[in-house]
Design a binder for this molecule. Sequence first.
Ligand code: SF4
Length: 187
Amino acid sequence: MKVVEIFDSIQGEGDYMGVMCTFVRFAGCNLKCPFCDEASKYDKAKEMTIEQIVERCKQKIVVLTGGEPTIQPELKTLVKALHTAYHHVHIETNGTNDIDYFVDWVTCSPKAPKYKCECLHNEVKLVVSKDLTLKQALAHAGGQHIWLQPCDGPYLEQSKKKILKWIKKYPDLFRAGIQLHKYYEVI
Ligand code: SF4
């Protein structure tokens, strides 16, 4: 499997914000978002076996992220191996691929132009970019709250204002997110 890095840190986003986890970051994605800061890390990816990955996972919760982890052909086998080793497995996905096996927690962060979650998920995280409309955000309403994340870069201030406006309008649906790991200056 193509692994960029494995590290322990606090989860910076979503319902598990602030919880210590082991992160396994895979190389490669099937999308090309203009604000993506992950692609520059893919060059340092190493090929690792499932056994080598499991060996490096020290925390109870293991977060499989990327890039887009679901494009790794052996992901299902890795999830099973982590469960066998008594870990809880979380996946962070852009939602373009189905996940047809048990995972403890799935965070779906759908991206432009479709902003669609094709997989079953536990929480939705939307990066509030210039292009994201309220109608597209509301399309994810379905009995769960939706985390709204400000978009880094030149649109940041407008993004924060947009989030506050939407939350005032739909207080039971939206939650204002932050990247807590950046506040604590950790990865
Ligand atoms: S889905 Fe995520 S990893 Fe893939 S290009 Fe977009 S921001 Fe980057």
